[in-house]
Each structure stands twice: as structure tokens, then as C-alpha cells.
Design a protein around this ligand. Structure first.
Ligand code: IMP
Ligand code: MG
Length: 186
């Protein structure tokens, strides 16, 4: 069988599975404290946030309701317009809900900036953001992010839900993708 190895195209492991889990546990304690009155509705952004959501939700010591959205950004790679198309909308009514968006990574911040406003406009009482990873150097908009796992360099990373052309999502660690894979500079 010509099985493709997960590890061949990776350069550096940025964060191991154990580190990600340990950091998520710390974030969960903060979230529990901040939402002591009423648990938030966790809103995951498909598909990348699946792993973060699964691990964060199980770490939280309260009833963690989950809902999901799928969005796609227009103009990616050329000019990020920040215009987002909803591919799959939430099932839940957000009226008077405290919403916690759960994301894998914030790059330019344009997608989440749009999403935060969109969810707030549906009558949510509050909308906060929790992301496993953030690339501060790549951010193009001012965006308040309440819970950040790790700030990372602006390299292209994969694993723990993050893909390149739909591959690598099931890698347990977060690793930098070798530039030769996507034709970038080393
Ligand atoms: P932005 O913050 O609007 O630029 O877009 C964030 C989205 O781009 C994330 O939800 C990912 O789907 C994708 N993305 C950004 N950086 C990376 C990366 O390093 N690896 C994989 N996907 C990424
Ligand atoms: Mg994503």
C-alpha cells in the first residue's frame, strides 16, 4: 500500500498534542470563571475547529451546548475583503444567549471580525472568541480575542484540525508545513 505519511511534509512541530491539551485545560478554567452565572453556547467554525471544540468542551465543567457554522471567505489569497458567505448556519436561536465562538486559528482576523458582528446582530447578549492559535503579525483588523491558546509566527501551519487542501487535519500536533508542499519560499 502506498500510504501517505503524515510527517513527511512537515518542518517543525510548534505545539504537541500534550501542550495543546494542557493549554486548553488552563483556558477552560478561565472560561468557567468568566461564565460562572450561565454557560455560554459554544459556536464552532467548521471544519478546522472540530478538534478544539471536542477537547475544550470535554474539559469544561459545565453543560457545554455546541452549535456549528460553516463559512467561506471571498477573495482569499488575492485581496481579503472580509466578506464572508455562510455555508451552514446555526440551528440555535441566539436571542439573549452568551455566545463563545470556538476557532482553530486567527490569521488576518477578517473572518472572525465579520462573524462576531453577525452573531451579535442576532440578539446575542454577548459574543466572545476563543481560539487555539493566533498569528499576531498577520492580523489586519483590530479584534478583541478573549481566550488565546498560543500566539504563533505567520507561517502556514497544519494539524489539530488545520488543513492544507483538506489534508493534515487529523495530525495530533500543530506543525509548520514545508514550503515546498505549497510552492512557497523556504
Ligand atoms: P482569517 O483570520 O480571516 O484570515 O482566516 C482564518 C482562516 O484561514 C482559518 O479559519 C483557517 O481556515 C485559515 N488559515 C489561516 N491560517 C492558516 C494556517 O496557517 N493553516 C491552515 N489554515 C489557516
Ligand atoms: Mg477555520
Amino acid at each position: 500500500m502506498d500510504a501517505k505519511h503524515l510527517g513527511d511534509d512537515l518542518t517543525v512541530v510548534l505545539h504537541t498534542e500534550a501542550e495543546l491539551h494542557a493549554r486548553l485545560a488552563e483556558m477552560a478554567r478561565e472560561i468557567e470563571a468568566d461564565y460562572a452565572e450561565e454557560p455560554p453556547l459554544l459556536v464552532g467554525v467548521l471544519k478546522g475547529a472540530v478538534m478544539v471544540m471536542a477537547d475544550l468542551a470535554r474539559e469544561l465543567r459545565f453543560h457545554a451546548q455546541m452549535d456549528w457554522m460553516a463559512v467561506s471567505s471571498y477573495g482569499k489569497g488575492t485581496k481579503s475583503s472580509g466578506v464572508v458567505k455562510i455555508l451552514k448556519d446555526l440551528d440555535a436561536d441566539l436571542t439573549n444567549r452568551d455566545v463563545l465562538i470556538v476557532e482553530d486559528i486567527i490569521d488576518s482576523g477578517l473572518t472572525l471580525s465579520w462573524l462576531k458582528e453577525n452573531l451579535a446582530s442576532r440578539g446575542a447578549r454577548s459574543v466572545r472568541i476563543c481560539t487555539m492559535l493566533r498569528k499576531p503579525e498577520a492580523m489586519k483588523v483590530q479584534l478583541d480575542v478573549e481566550y488565546v491558546g498560543y500566539d504563533i509566527p505567520a507561517d502556514f501551519v497544519v494539524g489539530y484540525g488545520l488543513d492544507y487542501a483538506e489534508d493534515y487535519r487529523n495530525l495530533r500536533d500543530v506543525a509548520i508545513l514545508a514550503p515546498h508542499v505549497y510552492g512557497g519560499d523556504a
